[in-house]
Design a protein. Structure first.
Length: 454
């Protein structure tokens, strides 16, 4: 039976969870702005640089489902706090790294900790705010904290463009996470599922192995499609095929197969995956092209992502005041299509300032998507599955980001006369993937409308 929650505890949970979510996104975007000085300081080549960008996404995607399921069993508050401590420890390890692969390992640790914060945080909100109006408010704030974290990361990079230009960012994250522990311990109530599910360890291992191999494949193809790339892609596909076979027969699969038959849950999962492959990968690489392609400073390179993050945060907060509800697959499909259109306005940009308007346009649609995807993911499942639903949704987002960031970097660095020219090719690819991802979600909306008509 789920634990009772006092009204005071309910009111006190939103602020620390929003702050914890923002902190995860602050440290998530740090390499996006600081990759150039990080690579120079650690002697990281293009391969290591791609892994630095993708490492936290791998940790997030690999641990989100496990974090959600573990929270359902052991207590969401307990797992959330453990995740926050892992983010702090990983940040300290990043700040002290003297080798790019040590930094990559520490980023994976941060991703695993961030997974517990994201999965259990959203599940705690779903458990604490049960009425439709309260939940709309809570998930809107949660969605805004995602944009706020990205904005905070960009501002932090601009403010701490001193010393090494990157270690100071991780030290600041470690300090902020430590300070956040006190209000987190006081404000977040404990809860767990009435009938918790077991963690499918075999499926989880195959998921992580498949992701690592896929990112390795995308990184390897920068040197051409040779034997190594072919072996890696076959191993990755073999891992995902084995995962599919195991999950079909597992008594306690990572994601309940019945949920994948629910149009809203399936739409949010596909929407999160598409957002990760497309828009998040484009935003992740933007500071690199601004610094390496346009020759701008770190502070100027951080302006377009900051605009994207701020407009995203404001848009997420305004969802609750819209005169019409944004529910079900159709709004997700429409917003993804509008995001793709906004991304196309960044094609052929020849300066950092030329990217400000495209990032503002995509920030609005991304903000709406952040709020909708978070709310619909937990609203489309029974309360006991809230953490799993949150974990699945964010797994899709960061699985897409892990592969998308690497693919975007490979295309940008290897398909043009220079990185600025390759940026155009990468943006066209990312926008095309985003538009393509909207198609099956729109089909779900049409099928749902026909079903209601009958």
């Amino acid at each position: 039976m789920s634990l009772k929650i006092k009204p005071k505890s309910v009111r006190g949970s939103l602020t620390p969870i929003a702050a914890g979510t923002a902190l995860v996104l602050v440290t998530y975007v740090t390499p996006m702005a600081t990759l150039a000085p990080t690579s120079a300081d650690l002697g990281a080549g293009s391969v290591a640089g791609a892994w630095i960008l993708s490492a936290m996404s791998i940790g997030l995607a690999g641990a989100l489902l496990a974090g959600g399921l573990l929270g359902d069993r052991a207590g969401r508050r307990r797992v959330y706090i453990g995740g926050l401590l892992a983010v702090v420890a990983g940040a300290l390890a990043c700040a002290l790294s003297w080798d790019p692969w040590l930094l990559i390992g520490a980023r994976v640790v941060q991703g695993a900790g961030g997974a517990a914060v994201l999965a259990c945080g959203l599940a705690i909100l779903a458990h604490s705010y049960t009425s439709g109006r309260e939940r709309l408010h809570a998930t809107a704030v949660w969605g805004a904290s995602v944009g706020g974290g990205v904005a905070g990361g960009s501002l932090l990079a601009m403010a701490l463009d001193i010393g090494t230009g990157w270690r100071e960012n991780y030290i600041a994250v470690a300090c902020a996470g430590t300070l956040l522990l006190v209000p987190t311990l006081r404000g977040i109530p404990e809860s767990r599922a009435a009938a918790p599910r077991r963690i499918d360890v075999g499926g989880l291992v195959l998921l992580i192995v498949g992701m690592v191999l896929m990112v390795a494949t995308l990184t390897q193809v920068r040197d051409g499609v040779g034997l190594t790339a072919l072996v890696l892609v076959l191993l990755a596909l073999g891992s995902f095929a084995a995962l599919w076979m195991i999950e079909r027969r597992a008594r306690h699969p990572l994601v309940d197969p019945d949920l994948l038959r629910h149009p809203n849950f399936l739409a949010t999962t596909l929407g999160a995956l598409t957002l990760g492959v497309g828009m998040i990968s484009m935003a992740a690489f933007l500071p690199t092209v601004a610094q390496s392609g346009f020759g701008d400073s770190l502070r100027l390179a951080s302006v377009p992502p900051l605009v994207w993050a701020v407009t995203s945060m404001v848009a997420a907060l305004t969802v609750r005041w819209l005169p019409f509800p944004l529910q079900g697959p159709l709004p997700i499909a429409v917003l993804l299509a509008l995001t793709a259109a906004g991304m196309l306005t960044a094609v052929n940009a020849d300066s950092t300032w030329g990217l400000v308007v495209p990032m503002a346009l995509t920030g609005v649609t991304t903000g709406f998507l952040n709020a909708i995807l978070g709310r619909e993911a937990v609203a489309s499942v029974p309360p006991d599955h809230a953490a799993m639903a949150s974990g699945a949704n964010n797994t899709a987002r960061y699985l897409g980001a892990a592969c998308g960031i690497t693919l975007f970097a490979v295309i940008a660095a290897n398909t043009g006369a220079d990185i600025a020219d390759g940026w155009t090719n990468a943006v066209l690819t990312a926008a095309g993937v985003t538009l393509l991802g909207a198609v099956p979600i729109a089909a779900l909306a049409v099928a749902r409308t026909r079903q209601k008509a009958h």
